[in-house]
Design a protein around this ligand. Sequence first.
Ligand SMILES: Cc1ncc(COP(=O)(O)O)c(C=O)c1O
Length: 465
Amino acid sequence: MISKKVPLDKIKESEKWLTSKYGTRFFEESVPKYEMAESGMPANAAYQLIHDELNLDGNPDLNLATFVTTWMEPEANQLIMENVHKNFIDHDEYQQTAMIEKRVVNMLARLFRVPEENSFIGVSTIGSSEAILLSLLAHKWMWRERRKAEGKSFDRPNIIFGADVHVVWEKFAKYFDVEARVVPMDSRKFILNIDEMSKMIDENTICVGAVLGTTFTGQCDPIKEINDLLLHIKKDKGWDIPIHVDGASGGFIAPFVYPDLEWDFRLEQVRSINVSGHKYGLVYPGIGWVIFKDEKYLPSDLIFNVNYLGGEMPTFTLNFSKNSDMVLAQYYNLLRLGKEGYKKIMRNILDNATYLSKRFVETGIFEELNSKMFLPVLALRLKEPVDFDVYKLSEKLRERGWIVPAYTLPPNAENVAVLRIVVKENFSRDMAEMFFNDVMNACKALGETKVKKAGVKTEKEHPIC
Ligand SMILES: Cc1ncc(COP(=O)(O)O)c(C=O)c1O
């Protein structure tokens, strides 16, 4: 027989401890969802209710859709918790944190091969999106000032980028009233088509965008060729058009594993670069960085000076308050890992991605679009004919907890549907093998017969020793 419940406030003080939090009324009542309750609840009940609800979220470690870091070392976690209550923007109060931001900017500028004689400048942002918006604004301002000085019209700026860019590039064009000239994807290479791009450039082009590792397939735009083209145009027509490199993912990979690849400030027209600290910078969200090759490329007009936090403080950001923790966590990784440490991690990630890609291709069921494996990203398309599509496969994999997006590529490759797998630091070879087996099992369950024909043995079919 279930005895009648006595409300918590009526229970004698000495008896309150005879049950756990789950024995209290807060676990047999609906929680306030859309309107605040008159009174609150004990801290442990509020914590447990939210904690339990979040079990319905996907598992971040099985989230192969995201580029964003899902694991950091315990010491980094400790540093983050120790600083989570510091508002980064209060430079006057947290001067050492501000100093550390400058150190990271210095390290990144040098990693991106800024000429030593340059007075480079940079800032931390909430991610690559804010970093890209800021740098493109600077290029718009520079272009406008130049046009004004030359007595020319400055009412029709345009920006050129490939259809392979992240949505933030289109946001910039819309939010800041700049015509977006989008170069259709090369339908065989799935990156920006330079011949098409060259036809779009004119004297009102504020900037050309190039991606160091695209969101769609992980491949790299032809940055050196774009630079060569712009140098030719500069010589021929006198238009000095800057390149902004979107190194959201590639900015922490290329310097370590492709040191000879020219994509950075070594190229004359590359004037600004963004990178996401929270992607292959190996820091949790949200931290990004933007670096200008020289302070002359950042119009002083865009820097505001505020004095309400203590001393005189220059600010060049779209938002104001944010945590200090991820700036510090970025510095932690740079100190802790050094170039050698980053290199080893990036090599492991790329090796695991290459291994996985090879296994998928060997089955005869999949084709790899990112075969050169620039970013550790698999963009797999199904070979015809198949009994299912990538969307069904993605759905089926969710049953095992894997989060793998399926989508179509942008124009001119909109008929290509891919399954994208982003390989990250905490995706070991062991995890890769388990993932492969789960994909094979899913293919089989969806009716694919090639799994057997290709001689692929899933773990379940191996004899137990
Ligand atoms: C190439 C590229 N640029 C920009 C972004 C936006 O980055 P963030 O999420 O750091 O704002 C992404 C995100 O995936 C990206 O892949």
